[in-house]
Design a protein around this ligand. Sequence first.
Ligand code: NI
Length: 171
Amino acid sequence: MTVHTIRLLPDPVLRQKAKRVPQIDGSVHKLIEDMIESMYEARGVGLAAPQIGVSLRVIVLGMPEEEPFALINPEIVKRAGERTVDEGCLSLPGYRGELTRSTLVIAKGLDTSGKQVRIKAKDDLLAQALEHEIDHINGTLYIDHLPSLDMLRKIEPEEPDEEPEPATSAE
Ligand code: NI
C-alpha cells in the first residue's frame, strides 16, 4: 500500500468530473487500498480518488470505530431533509465552514467485489461524508455550497505531535 499526497486546491483534478470505473480489476483494488491508507494517514473519514490525483469515480469512507469501505461508481439515489453541519476538506486544509446538508442520504454503488450495494445514512457523519465524497467525484467541493467564501473560517493547523483526536467531520 502506498500513502499518497493529498491534492490541494487549486489542483485541476479536483474540479474534473471523474470517469466511471469500467471494470473492477487489480488496479482498482490497489487504488482503494491506497486511498484507505492515505485517508487514515491524513486523519480523514472519507476520501475520493481525485484527491490522490486519480480521476475515477471511487470513494472510501472510514467512520470512527468502523471498518472502512469503498463505493465504486457511487450515486445518491435519495436525499431528504436539511440540516446545518460543520465541514472541512483534506484538499483545503486550515479551513472549515458551516453549510446545509441532507438529513437522509441513500447511496448506491459497487463494492470491491462488484456487487451492487445500497447505503442508507440518516442524521450522522456518514450521511454528510457520502454527500461530500460523491460531490468530489463530480468536481464539487464543500465551499461551493457556502453562500459566500466569507463564511469560511480559518482553523489552527493540526499539531502532528498531539494525540490524534477522533474525527468529527467529513473530509
Ligand atoms: Ni473533501
